[in-house]
Design a protein around this ligand. Structure first.
Ligand code: TRH
Length: 367
């Protein structure tokens, strides 16, 4: 196998929402567009992917979108593996496909791209081989992360140029949603389980003008209902249809602060350099709170004196039991410092290199 002539398979098992498809699509796009590798994406729910891509007809697979071959998951049962096979988030591949990986010579390099976590144990597991329970083949764990001993985060090579370029279009962008660009703007892309009623009350109580830029979805329906039932002159809603992933960053770039969720929008928010509040994906036994705290410990040195305001606000957003208004007020007061810290943190992330580059370097070392 040669590195240059290599092809890549990515497997995407959509569990819920948009993050599984979002991470896989972003990775596939970077491999294809920036590195010129032919990529096949096997997905069990192309309908979900079609909501964040343009030009994909989910009923008409296989098809080619932006140079990426999109296949129904079942096609893998009768396909030959590429030289690099990436399963995402521990999704199990069809057994017939796994057998083909094990018997191919040379054996494909098989990667399990894991969830993003800032917990300490990740560094110890990153890039370790894991023997298949019954076949004679290894797969390698690859962990995205926010430290040098992990795979880093996906960063497109033109990301910051595009962000800079967008600044001249920012006002028009907001005006298209009937929002005054002079008013403090917060993008809100969160789960419907978030403490939205408390948030709305906190905004009302604070009384300062605020734009809420909202993509359509369950959380936006809740906020719209609150607005209808308790109209408030200082709160202005701008509601957008969902946009293709390649346009998503504009919501962040146009905002002064962002509330994001899950994994991919969380990463994009960090890369935007904007102050962010993370609605972490809820898990049982408060596991998500531990993950949020682990992330907090990573950013603490970059936030300095503004850290307490950051973590209190984030905990309060993710623990529905606590009050929100005092934390929101404090967060707003600390924004100048939080803003600087977010930029320092972004610089740190960039210094880790892009996950796609790091992953390809790892692959190369195994050829
Ligand atoms: O949608 P999410 O909550 O996704 C997930 C899933 O729940 C998944 O099961 C879980 O494993 C993961 O989180 C941690 O949030 P996320 O990860 O931010 O994904 C949203 C994607 O949708 C992201 O790629 C951006 C994209 N998107 C668009 O492309 N256009 C839009 O208009 C919007 C609102 C989002």
């Amino acid at each position: 196998m040669t590195y240059k002539g290599m092809t890549i398979d990515i497997f995407c098992d959509v569990i819920d929402n948009f993050g599984d498809a979002g991470v896989c699509w972003r990775l596939a796009s970077i491999f294809s567009r920036e590195h010129g590798f032919p990529v096949k994406l096997y997905i069990n729910d192309a309908q979900t992917l079609s909501k964040i891509t343009s030009g994909l007809d989910p009923k008409n697979l296989p098809c080619l979108v932006d140079g990426i071959e999109i296949h129904d998951w079942k096609d893998a049962e009768t396909s030959e593996p590429s030289q690099v096979v990436i399963e995402t988030f521990g999704c199990r591949l069809p057994y017939a496909f796994e057998q083909k990986i094990a018997s191919a010579r040379p054996q494909p390099i098989w990667i399990n791209l894991e969830y993003l976590s800032a917990e300490d144990w990740v560094e110890g597991c990153h890039s370790l081989p894991s023997p298949h329970p019954s076949l004679n083949v290894n797969k390698y764990y690859f962990f995205p992360g926010v430290t040098k001993k992990t795979g880093g985060l996906m960063i497109e090579k033109d990301l910051f140029i595009r962000q800079k370029h967008f600044s001249k279009d920012r006002n028009k962008f907001l005006e298209a949603f009937n929002l005054d660009p002079e008013v403090f703007t917060t993008f809100v892309f969160c789960y419907p389980s978030a403490p939205l009623a408390k948030f709305y009350k906190a905004l009302q109580k604070r009384g300062k003008d605020i734009n809420l830029l909202l993509p359509k979805g369950a959380a936006t329906e809740i906020l719209s209902k609150l607005y209808k039932e308790h109209p408030s002159r200082n709160i202005h809603l701008g509601i957008s249809e969902m946009v293709p992933q390649s346009e998503f960053d504009k919501f962040l770039w146009a905002s002064d602060a962002v509330i994001i969720r899950g994994e991919d929008s969380f990463v994009r928010a960090q890369l935007s350099g904007k102050p962010f509040i993370w609605n972490i994906y809820p898990q049982t036994e408060e596991t998500h709170i531990k993950k949020l705290e682990a992330f907090g410990e990573r950013i603490r040195p970059f936030y300095g004196a503004s850290y307490q305001a950051w973590i209190d606000m984030n905990l309060s957003w993710n623990k529905s039991s606590s009050d929100l208004a005092p934390y929101w007020n404090r967060w707003c007061e600390e924004l100048p410092l939080i803003k600087e810290a977010a930029l320092r943190w972004r610089d740190h992330l960039v210094s880790l290199g892009s996950l796609a580059d790091n992953l390809l370097r790892f692959v190369k070392s195994k050829i």
